[in-house]
Design a protein around this ligand. Structure first.
Ligand code: NAP
Length: 433
């Protein structure tokens, strides 16, 4: 019997799950629901606009979306248009794949001052996400602090210092290009609470900081250890050795050779954001490693700045009807199993870690549980959802609608750019009517 599956979230984990289920050799009816008209989640709105090659994975997702068994339900929000309880009673199985769309909080005084942003909202802003297009961060600043030593921190730093020419092949929205290119920003301070060995940058992303047109990486050579000490797997040790070698190369560059600089500052833990109404500086406590753990030294220093982006990870939003671990910011689950016929995959299941393809592993694990445990129970499935949405006059965007939106974005693209994104839901729906 056909098993009806509702996947909530059209990002990487949702699409990978659909794909694995399609290949499982059983009859499935798979509906992928997303709260905004455009699919692809993190690929469209999280991956940096100048990393278009990474975004190519959406072509594989498109193949999945256009299989006969699959339907796309864009512009349908769980909790607003349909309750999770309703979805559970309509479908044999519900897979939660909503990602992690909220910023983690630093939890220090001053973080609500104007000029302080979480990286989710900041990245969504420069990626044209409808929720954040009006963020309007004040970039009329000379110094910015980016807190965090992960790939998102590096993305933010790079996008802030690249030239218009370097962004010409990106899909950076015009409002963000105007703000970034019109900014007098020259110094970005990339601050990690641990050391260069512990930084979570992947090496390709780190190396990119050394080949920017008008921006030099600045590293204090004295902070770089001779070798990678500590208990690492072979793979992790190799990655860290590569990062150390890259940072050593950076330490030899002349900071004055270029107009802008990204300063790599390690062992710097933020303790307070200072300012009167808006951010004027960040106070850090110097840290050191003790038996592999980071401890504060009590020594503090300040970095004056007019912009702070906290790139310290993200958390999921709780959904009514699913158990939620508020501390970790994930849906409570055991290897993806949440409760009777409800599963979770990707960042809503395990937190915001790993690269895009990591989500495929979750999809395989969860899909195999679904294939093993869930039997088609003759629930209404797709027909039930369609009639509920029609009754509630919800303007559902199907995949053909999305292809029309996408075609218009591509047709409107400035010279050299892949697309000009529609940045509001009204614009997307407007071009369909
Ligand atoms: P991440 O890799 O987990 O990095 C978070 C950073 O924030 C770490 O340096 C962490 O330090 C720091 N941090 C956390 N809480 C903090 C606090 N309270 N105060 C100061 N620092 C704090 O997360 P991410 O950069 O958001 O990236 C999420 C995932 O997406 C990662 O797996 C990343 O690799 C992936 N990603 C990949 C790419 C790419 O492949 N190009 C691009 C973007 C994102 P500690 O290490 O000390 O905890």
């Amino acid at each position: 019997m056909t098993v009806s599956v509702a996947i909530v979230g059209a990002g990487p984990s949702g699409f990978y799950t659909a794909d694995v289920l399609l290949k499982a050799g059983r009859s499935h009816e798979i509906d992928i629901v997303d709260r905004i008209p455009a699919p692809y989640g993190l690929i469209r709105y999280g991956v940096a606009p100048d990393h278009q090659t990474t975004k190519n994975v959406s072509r594989a997702f498109e193949k999945t979306a256009t299989q006969g068994e699959v339907r796309y339900f864009g512009n349908v929000e769980i909790g607003r248009d349909v309750g999770l309880g309703e979805l559970k009673s309509l479908y044999d199985v519900v897979v939660l794949a909503m990602g992690a769309r909220l910023d983690k909080r630093l939890g220090i005084p001053g973080e609500d001052l104007a000029g302080v942003h979480g990286s989710v909202e900041f990245v969504n802003w420069y990626n044209g996400h409808p929720d954040c297009r009006n963020l309007d961060p004040d970039l009329d600043v000379a110094d910015a602090v980016v807190v965090g030593n992960g790939n998102v921190a590096i993305d933010v730093a790079r996008v802030l210092v690249k030239t218009a020419g370097e962004m010409a092949h990106s899909d950076l929205p015009e409002y963000a290009a105007r703000a970034i290119q019109g900014s007098p920003l020259t110094e970005v301070h990339l601050c990690g609470r641990r050391g260069p060995v512990e930084a979570k940058f992947t090496n390709v992303e780190l190396r990119e900081m050394g080949v920017l047109e008008v921006c030099a990486p600045v590293v204090d050579p004295d902070i770089l250890p001779e070798e990678v000490a500590g208990d690492w797997s072979d793979r992790d040790r190799r990655l860290r050795e590569r990062n150390l070698a890259t940072l050593r190369g950076f330490a030899g560059t002349d900071p004055a050779a270029k107009a802008k600089r990204v300063h790599f500052r390690f062992f710097s833990s933020p303790v307070e954001i200072l300012g009167d109404g808006r951010v004027e500086a960040v106070r850090f406590e110097r840290t050191r490693l003790e038996d592999g753990r980071t401890v504060g030294t009590g020594e503090c220093f300040e970095i004056p700045c007019g912009l702070v982006v906290a790139a310290i990870g993200s958390r999921s939003e709780a959904v009514d009807g699913a158990p939620f671990d508020d501390e970790r910011g994930v849906v409570v689950n055991r290897n993806g199993w949440v409760e009777d016929n409800v599963y979770a995959v990707g960042w809503v299941m395990r937190g915001s870690t790993g690269v895009i393809s990591t989500n495929r592993n979750d999809a395989v694990a969860v899909a195999s549980q679904i294939v093993e445990k869930v039997r088609g129970g003759g629930k209404p499935g797709r027909a039930g959802l369609e009639s509920l949405l029609a009754e509630r006059r919800v303007r559902r965007v199907d995949f053909d609608d999305w292809k029309s939106i996408e075609a218009a974005e591509i047709a409107n693209a400035p010279e050299g750019a892949p697309r000009r994104k529609f940045v509001s839901i009204d614009e997307m729906l407007g071009m369909l009517s």
